[in-house]
Design a protein around this ligand. Structure first.
Ligand code: PLP
Length: 401
């Protein structure tokens, strides 16, 4: 007998949360850890945003806000979305939630019937399949491969669609691969979606402001605005403004869907924290140079990491176009033996061995749907990123047949 519901059997603790628990234990034991699992910017939230929160508190913005999000914030989101997607959303088609994660969750909860399929391209953000399961849907993993820079193949997408398909999840820049689609690639996907009017699309744009070489991530709505009636845009302030702890995300889409999501929210959290919403308003309407500065800093770290990893025997790393992760292929190392006799049988074992030998923490690629890879976050101090990558290279060099 257990108090835990049947549906929880399919759902696991997020691997990054699980990794954090292990790393805290190792630190308590006195080990020095270089943590390259981190899924958040290491910057402080910019001062003008913090000040806006203090002012909100002082001015008494401490009561229940509108459950769907404050009007000024929803208006600011609407203004931002015109820049990011080209679509002008009225405020009743926008919802503010407790992080982008809750937007995704509200959307799945309010749209999935039992057994509805959700196409999740792999590698995927670890939470997608579990969230789909929690909402009673069936995750359908769509493989991509490194030769296409882990981007969805339109023909493979067409083959994966069935009459039960409800959603396609899109995430660019991708966590974990950093892949960004260009306009032509988005148009090819839009063609498939036009031919399949039962399929809706969630675009998780949480890393879209953090791209490299000054090249923005084009949005599918910019190339196919006709699809707006079945696209839910998901974004937030966590990554672009270093505001992960404030928990503000937003969604924009067709009226019926947003209305249903607002009902889920009104019956679960009653909406996002009022003070965080004031801070997010300052983030979206204030100076934007912090976002570009963060992206530049991440690009330097990406380049530093790739310069080292590209000389590590057995690793193939595609250069990410945005976000703050590298997703190297390590299949050439599987089956090799370490100097202490340990045989590396999988990406998870490689990651464990690297942690044990060097104190460098990574996440296994199997958790992201692509065994034979791992995820390295470069959202740590550049010296730690360099030292961590040197240590990984040393481990790779020491493995033998
Ligand atoms: N989507 C992706 C792809 C992410 O990587 C993350 C966080 O790691 C989120 C959504 C969650 O964002 P938020 O902090 O706004 O809930």
């Amino acid at each position: 007998m257990t108090i835990v519901a049947q549906r929880m059997r399919q759902v696991k603790l997020s691997p990054s949360v699980a990794a954090r628990i292990v790393l805290n234990r190792l630190r308590e034991e006195g080990r020095r850890i270089i943590d390259l699992t981190i899924g958040e910017p290491d910057f402080d939230t910019p001062a003008h945003i913090r000040r806006a929160a203090v002012e909100a508190m002082e001015c008494g913005e401490t009561r229940y806000p509108l459950s769907q999000g404050t009007m000024p914030l929803r208006q600011a989101v609407a203004d931002r979305l015109i820049l990011d997607t080209g679509v002008s959303y009225p405020v009743d088609q926008i919802i503010v939630s407790t992080g982008a994660k809750q937007v995704l969750y509200n959307a799945l909860m309010s749209s999935l019937e039992t057994g509805d399929e959700v196409i999740i391209p792999a590698p995927y953000w670890v939470s997608y399949p579990d969230m789909v399961e929690l909402a009673g849907g069936t995750p359908v993993v769509l493989s991509t491969d490194a030769t296409r820079r882990y981007k969805i193949d339109p023909q493979a997408l067409a083959r994966a669609i069935t009459p039960k398909t409800k959603w396609l999840m899109m995430n660019a820049p991708s966590n974990p691969s950093g892949a960004v689609y260009d306009e032509a690639e988005l148009l090819a996907l839009a063609e498939v979606l036009r031919a399949n009017p039962n399929v809706w699309v969630m675009t998780d744009d949480i890393y879209a402001r953090l791209t490299f070489n000054g090249r923005p991530a084009p949005h599918i709505l910019q190339v196919a605005p006709d699809l707006a009636e079945r696209i839910l845009v998901v974004n937030g302030v966590s990554k672009a403004y270093a505001m992960t702890g404030w928990r503000i995300g937003y969604g924009a889409g067709p009226k019926d869907l947003i209305k249903a999501m607002a009902v889920v929210q009104s019956q679960s959290t009653s909406g996002a924290c009022s003070i965080s919403q004031a801070a997010a308003l300052a983030a979206l309407t204030g100076p934007q140079d912090c976002v570009a500065a963060f992206a530049t800093s991440f690009q330097k770290r990406r380049d530093a990491a790739l310069a080292i990893l590209s000389t590590a025997p057995g690793l193939q790393a595609v250069s990410p176009d945005g976000g703050f992760y590298i997703f190297p292929d390590c299949t050439a190392l599987i089956g090799k033996t370490a100097p202490d006799g340990t045989v590396i049988n999988s990406d998870a074992e490689l990651v464990q061995y690297i942690l044990k030998e060097t104190g460098v923490a990574l996440l296994d690629g199997g958790s992201y749907g692509v065994p034979g890879t791992f995820r390295l976050s470069f959202a740590s101090a550049i010296d730690d990123v360099r030292e961590g990558c040197e240590a990984i290279r040393a481990v790779c060099s020491a493995l033998s047949e």
